[in-house]
Ligand binder design. Sequence first.
Ligand code: SAH
Length: 280
Amino acid sequence: MGDSKGVLSIVGIGPGSAPHTSPAALEAITSSDVVVGYITYVKLVRHLTEGKEIIRTGMTEEIGRARAAVERARDGAKVAIISSGDAGVYGMAGLVFQVLKDMGWKRGESPELRIIPGMTALNSCGSLVGAPLGHDFCAISLSDLLTPWPVIARRIEAAASADFVIGLYNPASGRRTRQIVEAHDIIARHRAGTTPVALVKSAYRKLEQKIMTDLDHFLEYEIGMLTTVLVGSSHTFVFEGYMVTPRGYTNKYTWDGNAIPGQTPGRSLVLDADADAEGE
Ligand code: SAH
């Protein structure tokens, strides 16, 4: 073990374009000696990594990559481990903590940890299609490489029945094509076929693509590893090509800004017998 305390920065770089990477993330990368990450993400920040040691590995070598990053930092190096979006959202952060736990690391010991938040795919993809996340939403990853499918299916069922807007991460890959079809079938048992669905691929990257469709038709389009699928709630609507989930202001106010008779600003919404409790 080295004498000086190392630093391990766990960095979310955002969707993949420079203006959408935070200054804090940039600083964490440029001040590190070693940058660790999946090849695609390391390429996205290659303008920042000149002269640095790079540990690039493929998709299935995450444990080795996390261990290498932690060990180098423990021994005194300044290491940045990078994920796209936010490192804590289906990224490397959790795994880094598991490695630290496994090696018996304690707060105050080397390495010092710095966790830098990034704009997750739900934020970047949402911004490209309007305001789809304006009311309660959830994220579900359809990858069953590390999670049993019945667990995922149960979560889709719960989210669909509770009328959440649903962001589907990892919807499909070359080999994994069945899950998105099953997800569709589960959601369609709870929502109208006209429910807005947006497919956003490679948000804020060169090959960015967005498609506005609906629950009945979205499976007709190409969906892959770089796609996030946004499924609206029963209140989500499309307006001028934008996908919008309203927050329910019109339950309480008229468009001139006054409270509807019987409602009080700052107080819980008063329901009448046939009011719909959410959205419009
Ligand atoms: N840590 C990342 C998520 C990694 S999981 C984050 O916070 O965004 C990988 C999945 O994220 C992909 O399968 C895709 O569903 C989504 N994703 C990541 N970057 C994306 C982008 N630029 N455009 C669209 N979807 C993206």
